[in-house]
Design a protein around this ligand. Structure first.
Ligand SMILES: N[C@@H](CCC(=O)N[C@@H](CS)C(=O)NCC(=O)O)C(=O)O
Length: 202
């Protein structure tokens, strides 16, 4: 049995989306980041970082949302994991790129402009984050102007990983990046994405 540790109100939303795409049944430990449940020796034994998402798939324990999604898609022989090695490499390229260029930056920007209570927002953090978000969005916009999807001719784990990581961007004005806007809409309109989002926003 697959067990998924982590609330949809965390990066676990990526894995819940993937599990939905694959039609998997799973036991969900709906734990918030830094919750007491993630601070136990038992959870530390699964993920010494104390972070979510983490999965336990019949004893195979894995952390890192992007890696979990590669694993699940590949294990279940889903077309979301492309068979062409070039498309597979593009899945890795875009997932690693997002982790490097946008993962923390987009969260910092949105938290410090709207998500946090006003008294906790730090404009200097938002400003520094935005300086990194803009060139990264420009790169993504150029790629999506050339191709509807990030890794080959169809929606794949590359699109899922990057679009899911850009959950926070759903609240940003994206008029300057029309291809990102259209692609984000296409990705988040998928039934599995809507279900994962509903889990987060309930
Ligand atoms: N690179 C990791 C990041 C995981 C991560 O930072 N998770 C956050 C929640 S979104 C967490 O559990 N934080 C708890 C902590 O920092 O102790 C991934 O993509 O899975």
């Amino acid at each position: 049995m697959l067990r998924i540790y982590g609330s949809a109100k965390s990066r676990t939303i990526r894995v819940l989306w993937m599990a939905g795409e694959l039609g998997l049944t799973y036991d969900h430990k709906d734990w918030l980041p830094r919750s007491p449940e993630t601070r136990t020796p038992e959870f530390r034994a699964l993920n010494p970082n104390g972070r979510v998402p983490t999965i336990d798939d019949d004893g195979f324990v894995l952390s890192e949302s992007m890696a979990i999604n590669f694993y699940l898609a590949k294990k279940h022989r889903s077309p979301l994991f492309p068979s062409d090695p070039k498309h597979e490499a593009l899945v890795l390229q875009w997932s690693l790129w997002e982790t490097d260029r946008l993962d923390r930056q987009i969260v910092d920007y949105v938290r410090h402009t709207k998500a946090l209570p006003e008294a906790e927002r730090k404009p200097e953090i938002a400003e520094a984050a935005w300086k990194e978000v803009v060139p990264a969005f420009d790169v993504l916009e150029t790629a999506l102007a050339k191709s509807a999807w990030l890794a080959g001719p169809a929606f794949s784990v590359a699109d899922l990983n990057v679009a899911a990581a850009l959950y926070r961007a759903l609240t940003i004005e994206l008029g300057k990046w029309p291809h990102i806007q259209a692609w984000l809409n296409r990705c988040w309109e998928r039934p599995a994405a809507k279900r994962a989002r509903a889990m987060r926003e309930k």
